[in-house]
Design a protein around this ligand. Structure first.
Ligand code: MRU
Length: 347
């Protein structure tokens, strides 16, 4: 494990600029964006050029740093510009806890009483780097912890993308699969396509193919069939926000997969680091669900697949109630119900 984030990573900061792989273009094209302002970073998050809860957190931290670095070199100006950047970035996407966790870390630096401009910029840079490294370290820890529930020869199903692109270097649920493969376990992954934006087919299939894990891509509506056919031993997905009682938000469709898993007697696991856990949020009704643009549903791959005025409902996430979750794989081990007790490890 290299403890520096650098060119070659899907997101990194260098020479006062934030570089990131544009995930909207994958797998067809590999384009690295070079961002210079908080507004560009906010737009990149909003249009999903960077997506996945931990990756959004990292982008948010560096976006705030860009605000600081672009300010006049006095402490008041740096504070003001950084706070404006934090407010802008916080308004980009509401559901992933990791973004707010990262922005709170950056805000804490502003409140730490540093009085010299250079020292303040350096402290903000260090904080953003630490956030990126914490993502790597916690994902590595949860990938190790998750091995307990991944036996050799098992077949798993996952939804959306929770691999290296969604975080940094490891990923969460896909990180658990990659670690199993690295340890020589033979596993097979059913990958839900994940409409409307196809994070499963565009990104998870790409992630698994790169490391040589056998997988089968399925339309979302095929999950029930493969479960009934006895082809799935367990389900594991990432999460965007985990409430204090264990209710877990993840990509739209995850709840349906959890219900299907329950109906077929298949264990359903969430994999997420502590930065996804929100102990201030008691339960599902307190999780804000992002609603996205209607055209994401009216189109597929840029082609209209519905009348251009079709009324659309497009929530980006849903919440799987804690009762459907067999375990939450975290950097502090696998947590089991009752989650209102076991999640206290993150208090
Ligand atoms: O809208 P997205 O692509 O940002 O949604 C991402 C997901 O739902 C992931 O499954 C989640 O962030 C966990 S990734 C480590």
């Amino acid at each position: 494990l290299k403890l520096t984030v650098e060119p070659g990573d899907s997101i990194y900061f260098k020479d006062g600029r934030l570089f990131m792989l544009d995930q909207t273009l994958l797998p067809a094209r590999t384009v690295v964006l070079e961002l210079e302002t908080p507004a560009q970073t906010e737009q990149a998050i909003r249009r999903l050029a960077v997506r996945g809860a931990p990756a959004i957190g990292i982008a948010g931290a560096y976006g705030a740093l860009l605000g600081a670095m672009n300010a006049e070199p006095d402490v008041d100006s740096i504070m003001l510009a950084t706070r404006e950047a934090i407010a802008l970035l916080a308004a980009s996407r509401p559901t992933a806890r990791n973004l707010f966790w990262a922005l709170e870390v950056m805000e804490a630096v502003l409140r730490s009483g540093i009085e010299a401009p250079d020292a303040l910029i350096k402290a903000l840079r260090d904080a953003a780097d630490r956030i990126a490294l914490e993502v790597i370290e916690t994902d590595k820890a949860l990938a190790d912890a998750g091995q307990e529930v991944i036996p050799d020869g098992c077949s798993v199903l996952t939804h959306c993308n929770s691999g290296a692109l969604a975080a940094l270097r490891y990923g969460t649920a896909v990180g658990v699969f990659v670690e199993a493969h690295r340890r020589g376990k033979h596993i097979h992954v059913f990958v839900d396509e994940t409409r409307p934006l196809l994070q499963g087919s565009r990104l998870t299939a790409w992630d698994l193919g790169r490391v040589g894990i056998p997988y089968t891509l399925i339309p979302d509506n095929t999950a029930a069939m493969v479960m009934k056919q006895g082809k799935v031993d367990l389900v594991m997905t990432g999460a965007d926000r985990i409430a204090a009682n264990g209710d877990s938000a993840n990509k739209i469709g995850t709840y349906g997969v959890a219900v299907l898993a329950r109906a077929h007697g298949i264990p359903f696991y969430i994999a997420a680091p502590g930065s996804t856990v929100d102990l201030q949020c008691p339960a599902e009704p307190d999780i804000v669900i992002e609603e996205r643009y209607p055209d994401e549903v009216r189109t597929c791959g840029g082609t209209m697949t519905a009348p251009s005025d079709a009324p659309v409902y497009n929530p980006a996430f849903d919440v799987t109630p804690a009762g459907y979750i067999a375990g939450i794989v975290t950097d502090r081990g696998i947590l089991r119900p009752p989650y209102s007790e076991s999640l206290k490890v993150f208090s």
